[in-house]
Design a protein around this ligand. Structure first.
Ligand code: UGA
Length: 416
């Protein structure tokens, strides 16, 4: 059993703290937000993440996981301090400071300098970069079954100790220097975002040449050099990670005199997709959405989360409202987080009530419950049976057989 302090109980910090506690370590999670810490002590989660509440409650009850707002309490006796936001101060003893947050390359060295210069008496410490690769909505499964763990530090002893912490996960472990570890995180996210923008660009061509992008992705994906993951065409990427990481990487390149052409295009392709939606819905509704009612199926940036950061639903609803449409929205969990971001949108807590009287529906988020909707009922409730499937979750032939005016993304062969 190791003693660990996790600084910052946002999404990454909380998952890290709960999972390391579940692996049998003693973890104290620290945050400066009193309310958040008080709530966590009572078992109230600050975010929606499947399985997290149960994990936090179980490990709090067993005494392996605790929460505090005090740095001295949190760091007392800790051998490892994970930074999942901000920077710690006032540490004492032997400590390995591990950076989990995605931070500009060079931050690890900067943290080491700060800790060094802020010590009243010199202490033995090392800084290690250990970027997280968790996806919202499946963070616990990703933590417990990682593709790899990356550990960046030239101090072999510290890197080995952090590697030991991850041994129960039985994942490949990459040990490298601080800056390379930080770059691996950015490069991974930017590459995944590139895959998505690539398939979205191809989707438009598929549409025009009469091919089906879903089958193209499946056919490409069997080649292990390409891989099937992150080739789902649709409304593109949003969230708290890809947008800021691709932008940050492009900025770092530009700042150093480079021209990050690919990264810039990856962003343009992604955001153009959102702009297209209202125009395409307009076309489906006979050239005008003025006075028409359009319902959004899903508001969160992806399924299984209530996170609304850079969610396509915000841009799509803004464009529709600007064009004169009345916009409605439904999401299984993101209704509360979405409401302040879209004051002009009427948010429903029942998908069928939302559909009633709509001129068109747009699938914005690929929640499982939308895949199994009672489409006959939906058809009857809609004023006109128009569906724009922004996540390609339905079968185009079936939808047309059922009498829907149906448009998906990049599925040109179903148009004949
Ligand atoms: C992403 C990475 O996948 C994680 O590895 C990383 O740890 C995390 O960022 C982070 O940096 O913290 P996340 O943003 O939570 O995770 O979710 P993803 O599953 O990667 O989805 C990102 C966006 O891409 C979503 O909007 C999703 O709808 C979209 N997407 C994903 C597609 O449009 N097509 C796909 O094929 C896959």
């Amino acid at each position: 059993m190791k003693q660990i302090c996790v600084i910052g109980v946002g999404y990454v910090g909380l998952v890290t703290a709960a999972c390391f506690a579940d692996l049998g370590n003693r973890v104290c999670a620290l945050d400066v937000d009193d309310k958040r810490v008080e709530n966590l002590k009572k078992g109230v989660m600050p975010i929606y993440e499947p399985g997290l509440e149960e994990l936090v409650k179980r490990n709090t009850k067993s005494g392996r996981l605790s929460f505090t707002t005090s740095y001295s309490d949190g760091l007392a006796g800790a051998e490892f301090a994970f930074i999942a936001v901000g920077t710690p101060s006032g540490i004492d003893g032997n400590l390995i400071i591990i950076n989990k947050s995605t931070v500009p390359i060079g931050t690890g060295d900067w943290v080491a300098d700060i800790v060094k210069s802020a010590q009243p008496k010199p202490i033995d410490f090392a800084v290690v970069s250990c970027p997280e690769f968790l996806r919202e909505g499946s963070a616990i499964a990703d933590f417990m079954g990682p593709h790899r763990n990356v550990i960046g530090s030239l101090e072999r002893d510290a890197a080995d100790k952090v590697a030991q912490l991850h041994l129960p996960l039985r994942s490949p472990i990459v040990i490298t220097d601080l800056r390379t570890a930080e770059m691996i995180k950015y490069a991974s996210n930017a590459f995944l975002a590139t895959k998505i923008s690539f398939i979205n660009e191809l989707a438009d061509l598929c549409e025009l040449v009469g091919a089906d992008v879903k089958e193209v992705a499946a056919g490409m994906g069997y080649d292990a050099r390409i891989g099937r993951y992150f080739l789902d065409a649709g409304l593109g990427w949003g969230g708290s990670c890809f947008p800021k990481d691709v932008q940050a990487l492009a900025y770092m390149a530009k700042e150093r005199g480079l021209n990050p052409r690919i990264l810039n295009d990856v962003m343009d392709v992604n955001y153009d997709r959102r702009k297209l939606v209202s125009k395409q819905v307009e076309k489906l509704l006979g050239g005008n959405v003025k006075g028409k009612t359009v319902g959004m199926l899903g508001l969160a940036f992806k399924e299984n989360t209530d996170d609304m950061r850079d969610a396509p639903s915000v841009d799509i609803s803004n464009a529709l409202v600007a064009a004169g449409a009345k916009v409605r929205g439904y999401d299984p969990v993101a209704r509360v987080t979405a409401a302040p971001l879209m004051p002009a949108v009427e948010i429903f807590d029942d998908v069928y009530k939302m559909a009633e009287g709509c001129d068109a529906l747009i699938v914005v988020t690929q929640w499982n419950e939308f895949k199994q909707l009672d489409l006959e009922k939906i058809k009857e409730l809609l004023k006109t049976p128009v569906i724009y499937d922004g996540r390609n979750i339905y079968d185009p032939n079936l939808m047309r057989e059922m009498g829907f005016t149906y448009q998906a993304i990049g599925r040109g062969n179903h148009k004949k």
